[in-house]
Design a protein around this ligand. Structure first.
Ligand SMILES: Cc1cc2nc3c(=O)[nH]c(=O)nc-3n(C[C@H](O)[C@H](O)[C@H](O)COP(=O)(O)OP(=O)(O)OC[C@H]3O[C@@H](n4cnc5c(N)ncnc54)[C@H](O)[C@@H]3O)c2cc1C
Length: 302
């Protein structure tokens, strides 16, 4: 049977950055990714905003600030792959009453480029992991294309991590990518009907997001498109009629209490869990990757 020091299940924002960090520390690491429709990284905006999204005053705020602090060095390391990740400083907040506040410490980036850059230096195999079976001090990884034996497994399968005995589910988000809109940087508006409204200029167009619904559906719907068009009109005057380049749908991995799970699996020895990052996976990924490296620990030469 093929054998590796570390097998990472899922090559999304969390899995690919954990694997990238392990690889840089000298680990023999393999990523298995099922290329699931609805993977959150393909639909994520890329805002790095510890002061938005109801983080301030929660136990996650310190990690969010630390994630933001770590991003410039991580982005530089990723870009050595030749893939730019489009890290841009500055977020503008449009507040009720027309007031505008610029938060220069916050930033944005392009999540699909982050994943592509991280994967470039890694071995990534297209495989759907079906079972994790502890055996002989390591873990047997059963997939649709055969088995691997791993010293350690990092479970980072996003919303699908729940299939492996941890309390993680899905919260769907939809967003639009519009063509031909002006470059506005990143803008946050006042929430509407409880949803955050934001727009940011990215290499693939003007991103406008995002809805939030308790469903596993990964097909876009007209109701969301209409709400997102309204958000575009509010945030970027003139952009409401712009041509749609893509209607994105992603499943945010969520936990019952809203906090990510990063630590040993409750029942499977040899398996570390890194899942449930909800709305904040891009922001928190550098901190989670550092924790995974520390947990994989002694066996990995730093
Ligand atoms: C609309 C939207 C906007 C967002 N905006 C932001 C933002 O601005 N800032 C921010 O910080 N976060 C944002 N997020 C959240 C962020 O995208 C997630 O927190 C993050 O992607 C979670 O990373 P992950 O690797 O855990 O899951 P994912 O990114 O979903 O990746 C999971 C990976 O696991 C693979 N997989 C699943 N099952 C298996 C299996 N059995 N075997 C092998 N592989 C498997 C999938 O194919 C996938 O590639 C947003 C999300 C959405 C949906």
């Amino acid at each position: 049977m093929r054998s590796r020091e570390v097998v990472v299940v899922g090559g999304g924002l969390i899995g690919s950055l954990a694997a990238f960090t392990l690889r840089r520390a000298g680990a023999d690491v393999l990523v298995l990714d099922a290329d699931r429709p609805g993977a959150a990284w393909q639909a994520a905006a890329g805002l790095l905003t510890p002061d938005g999204e109801r983080l301030r005053g929660t136990p996650l705020h310190a990690d969010a600030l630390e994630g933001l602090r770590r991003w410039p060095a991580l982005a530089a390391a990723l870009e050595r792959s030749g893939v730019p990740v489009h890290l841009r400083p500055g977020v503008t907040r449009l507040q009720a009453g027309g007031r505008v506040q610029v938060t220069p410490g916050e930033a944005s980036l392009h999540p699909p480029s982050v994943v592509r850059a991280a994967r470039r230096g890694l071995e990534v195999v297209a495989a759907q992991v079906q079972a994790l079976v502890p055996s002989g001090g390591g873990v047997r990884v059963r997939t649709d294309v055969g088995d691997w034996y791993a010293g350690r497994v990092v479970l980072a399968a996003g919303a699908w991590s729940g299939a492996f005995g941890v309390p993680v589910g899905a919260r769907q988000g939809q967003a639009l990518l519009l063509r031909g809109a002006p470059d506005i940087g990143a803008r946050y508006g006042p929430p509407a009907r409880g949803f955050s409204r934001y727009a940011l200029s990215r290499p693939d167009g003007l991103y406008v997001g995002a809805t939030s619904r308790d469903t596993w559906t990964t097909t876009p719907d007209a109701h969301a498109a209409c709400w997102l068009r309204g958000a575009a009109r509010t945030l970027v005057p003139g952009a409401g009629g712009a041509e749609v380049a893509a209607h994105l749908v992603g499943l945010r991995p969520v936990t019952p209490d809203g906090w990510p799970l990063v630590g040993p699996h409750p029942t499977l020895p040899g398996v570390l869990v890194a899942a449930g990052h909800g709305r904040h996976g891009a922001l928190l990924a550098p901190v989670t990757a550092a924790r995974v490296l520390a947990l994989v620990g002694q066996g990995v030469s730093a």
